[in-house]
Design a protein around this ligand. Structure first.
Ligand SMILES: Cc1ncc(COP(=O)(O)O)c(C=O)c1O
Length: 396
């Protein structure tokens, strides 16, 4: 008979055999998977046979999330990552080489901008920023640089500009470049960039895909070949998603459609109301017919989504007073959750940008970005009234 510790280890690590199909994807909380013999392990590791060996390389729960996002985006394949930034990094690096230039749109998430101008520039990869609403400028930048990548966000963070993905795909492909799209703000319910010609689509699944603000995750989807080219970077850089995190994202995903419908309905109502309020200079929301993105949004988005932004006439000071007065909305930097989140991009998500870069990216000093949650619209309107009153008092 073996010793106690040997028996305890064997008893506690013997996985039960399950013949029936579970009603949710189980959490395969295991660092490694053992095989019947050494040859099988070798074959799994080299990809000669399907299977699992080590969870940084592949894990059934995280693989299920990659497959699920691919299915919803209408892509051949998908991979899940530890965060949206890990997915964005691996995707870009799978395409671009030292000495090349990326063409990216001006209004991108601050950390993506940082990745491009701080990290990748140090590795000999330059970035040229262009206005996504100016196809001639995009065309000229691609022609001048010979860039292998045109990088855009379906709905930009934080200025809520909707890019014409079909037109940009045509321009990118005419120069032999790939169109890479961050579809985080729209979600796969709001937009499916692959159907519009995009080559690779990335998500911060921390946001709408999971929807509950309790987990970090990322994903990329695209053709089988392009995803196969990204996998070695996931493995070698170590951006693997934990199985428990993948489970939490999978638990949020089935309600994506009803959440996005409700986010949109409430955001539309708040945006229209805000546009008529004293102290509000401008509202950015593609669902408003007056918004410059409305026409492309109607063509390209299934729903306008829950992200809106507005500029207060009182600038930064008014923004601070507005945020401090809110009782329902959360003051934080994330988005896409059940709870409404309001933030001042110049001092939070886009703090890396100096005054000139903020101006260049179209971010006004008094800009507030709001991720409209699932609360009752009357309560949110009352909260915004509190914010506006405080903003007016602070700057009168
Ligand atoms: C549009 C967009 N893309 C990517 C990211 C990065 O995602 P994560 O925080 O999951 O790395 C964010 C985060 O806010 C974002 O807003």
């Amino acid at each position: 008979m073996s010793g106690f510790s040997t028996r305890a280890i064997k008893a506690a690590t013997t996985a039960p055999k399950v013949d029936q199909i579970p009603s949710s994807v189980p959490i395969y909380q295991a660092a490694a998977f053992s095989t019947a013999d050494a040859a099988e392990l070798g074959d799994v590791l080299t990809g000669a046979i399907p299977g699992y060996a080590y969870s940084r390389i592949d894990n059934p729960t995280t693989a299920a999330l990659g497959d699920a996002v691919a299915a919803l985006e209408g892509a051949e394949a998908g991979l899940a990552f530890a965060t949206g930034m890990a997915a964005i990094h691996a995707t870009i690096v799978s395409v671009v080489r030292a000495g090349q230039t990326i063409v990216a749109t001006k209004a991108v998430y601050g950390t993506t901008r940082d990745l491009l101008v701080r990290i990748l520039s140090g590795l000999g990869i330059a970035t040229e920023f262009v206005d996504p609403r100016d196809p001639a400028a995009v065309d000229a930048a691609l022609a001048r640089t010979g860039a292998p990548i045109l990088y855009v966000e379906t709905i930009s963070n934080p200025t809520i500009v909707v890019s014409d993905l079909a037109a940009l795909a045509t321009v990118a492909h005419s120069h032999g470049a790939l169109l890479l799209v961050d579809n985080t703000f729209a979600s796969p319910y709001g937009c499916r960039p692959i159907e519009l010609g995009a080559d690779l689509v990335m998500h911060s699944a921390t946001k709408y895909i999971s929807g509950h603000g309790d987990v970090l995750a990322g994903a990329v989807v695209g053709s089988r070949d392009r995803i196969a080219a990204i996998r070695p970077i996931l493995i070698d850089v170590g951006g693997a998603l934990a199985p428990l995190a993948a489970f939490l994202v999978l638990r949020g995903l089935p309600t994506l459609a009803i959440r996005m419908e409700r986010h949109t309905q409430t955001a539309l109502e708040l945006a229209a109301w805000l546009a008529g309020q004293d102290g509000v200079e401008r509202v950015h929301y593609p669902g408003l017919p007056s918004d410059p993105s409305h026409e492309v949004a109607v063509r390209q988005l299934h729903v306008f989504g829950g992200m809106l932004a507005f500029e207060l006439t009182g600038g930064r000071e008014a923004g601070r007073a507005f945020l401090d007065a809110m009782m329902v909305a959360e003051r934080t930097a994330s988005l896409g959750a059940v709870r409404t989140i309001t933030t001042a991009p110049p001092s939070t998500t886009h703090r890396q940008l100096d005054a000139a870069a903020l101006r260049e990216a179209g971010i006004a000093p008094g800009l507030l970005r709001c991720s409209v949650g699932l609360e009752d619209v009357e309560d949110l309107r009352a909260d915004f009234e509190l914010g506006l009153a405080a903003a007016r008092a602070a700057t009168s």
